[in-house]
Ligand binder design. Structure first.
Ligand SMILES: NC(=O)c1ccc[n+]([C@@H]2O[C@H](COP(=O)([O-])OP(=O)(O)OC[C@H]3O[C@@H](n4cnc5c(N)ncnc54)[C@H](O)[C@@H]3O)[C@@H](O)[C@H]2O)c1
Ligand SMILES: [Zn+2]
Length: 371
């Protein structure tokens, strides 16, 4: 059985449908549609879908420099103001589609079918795009939600453990951010690897209905939605310091562990908060062990480089670091920490403790710096 709900947005409402075997229906709906599809998935499209723009889902492709190619391809397929773009792929394809659809002839209709768990659980709603410019990641972007989001959970079958669990980390982040009850309900669905289609559908429904509350309450990232950055500032530093040798979802999982360790280290949790945070920590650790068991190799990490990347994050202010932490009874808050040596020592200690716990090797330079 499939499920549908609506997202209310200032640029128009859009429907989200989650189910199995939905691709054929989407293709049949509009014979004139132009497809923007991940190269890896193009065989999933029936031959009747003739207008195709095939893109390699590489970070280097979601850049401003590549946009002229996409725009030109749209033009060559005869796209006009009433054309309909159907994007099929993960976050890279989503970002390209959002941006291209928003600017082509001042904006055309588009539909999104996410095919990675990260896309399905999190990024497919909210309407954001992030585009790289001349090597700078996610430097520009906009809001341009699709007209419809169609999630076909059958795409999950070909994803590996790291991709699935990384997506689940975004899902659990959303549910934890909403409170104890949504978090408990999420865990009760039994997120694990391998992920059965019916369990996936229930987890995705919970994650997206919960994210719906955040984006409808705070469409443009002013307050509540910022809590969805849990794990992200810590995680981005790790991604950047390893040249993206750690995938985004897994880095977010590690980032959540660091946020918990840091909150504990700075005595920010009360009795109840310790319990909630420990529950999240235990769940993330269990899932991380499944990633490791699947054969993922951690890159060696230079901790001083991670700290430097953390320090450079554009979300901080000149005098304070800004991080989302579980505070008090365990609820999340966006916290400002003084940008001083004491904070940095504790941050360093949290990174080192979490890396050691996961068996992530720290390079000699970092080990010396610790001594
Ligand atoms: N716009 C947003 O709100 C938002 C949010 C989070 C992340 N992002 C962006 O998304 C990107 C990462 O997202 P992602 O992990 O979904 O990215 P992705 O599109 O890079 O996909 C990751 C890999 O999975 C492959 N893949 C896709 N679907 C598959 C399937 N069904 N089976 C097997 N392989 C499949 C792709 O070919 C690619 O190699 C980053 O560029 C990030 O900045 C955007
Ligand atoms: Zn994320």
């Amino acid at each position: 059985v499939q499920e549908s709900f609506e997202i209310v947005s200032s640029s128009g409402n859009y429907a989200v449908t989650i189910g199995r075997d939905l691709l054929a229906g989407v293709v049949a709906l509009d014979p004139n549609a132009i497809f923007l599809i991940d190269e890896r998935l193009q065989n999933a499209l029936p031959p009747s879908a003739v207008k195709r723009i095939v893109v390699e889902a590489a970070e280097s492709r979601k850049s401003l420099e590549v946009m002229p190619e996409i725009i030109l391809a749209l033009r060559e397929h005869g796209a006009n103001r009433s054309s309909h773009l159907i994007a099929i792929g993960g976050g890279v394809i989503q970002d390209i589609a959002t941006f291209a659809a928003s600017i082509y002839m001042r904006g055309i209709r588009w539909t999104y079918m996410p095919t990675t768990l990260l896309g399905m659980a999190d990024s497919c709603i909210g309407g954001k795009s992030s585009i790289n410019v001349l090597g700078y990641k996610n430097l520009i972007g906009n809001f341009y939600p699709p007209e419809e989001v169609v999630i076909d959970v059958d795409f999950i079958r070909t994803l590996d453990a790291e991709q699935v669990i990384g997506g689940l980390f975004e899902a659990v982040k959303i549910c934890y951010a909403r409170g104890q009850r949504p978090f408990a309900d999420y865990l009760a669905e039994g997120p694990t690897w391998p992920l059965a289609a019916d369990v996936a559908q229930r987890l995705l429904t919970r994650s997206l209905r919960t994210k719906k509350w955040f984006i409808e309450t705070d469409e443009f990232d002013q307050k509540e939605r910022l809590l969805l950055n849990l794990g992200h500032t810590f995680g981005h530093a790790l991604e950047a310091a390893t040249d993206f040798g750690v995938s985004h979802g897994v880095a977010v999982g590690i980032g959540m562990l660091i946020a918990i360790d840091y909150a504990r280290r700075r005595d920010r949790l009360t009795g109840k908060g310790h319990e909630c945070a420990a529950q999240l920590e235990e769940h993330v650790t269990t899932m991380m062990n499944l990633v490791v068991a699947s054969g993922v190799q951690w890159p060696d990490v230079d901790l001083s480089k991670v700290m430097q990347k953390f320090d450079n994050d554009k979300k901080h202010r000149s005098d304070v670091y800004r991080v989302v932490l579980p505070i008090g009874d365990g609820a999340l808050e966006l916290i400002s920490e003084p940008r001083d040596d004491i904070t940095r020592e504790h941050l360093h200690a949290s990174y080192a403790a979490v890396f050691a716990g996961l068996g992530i090797a720290m390079r000699a330079e970092a080990a010396n710096a610790l001594a």
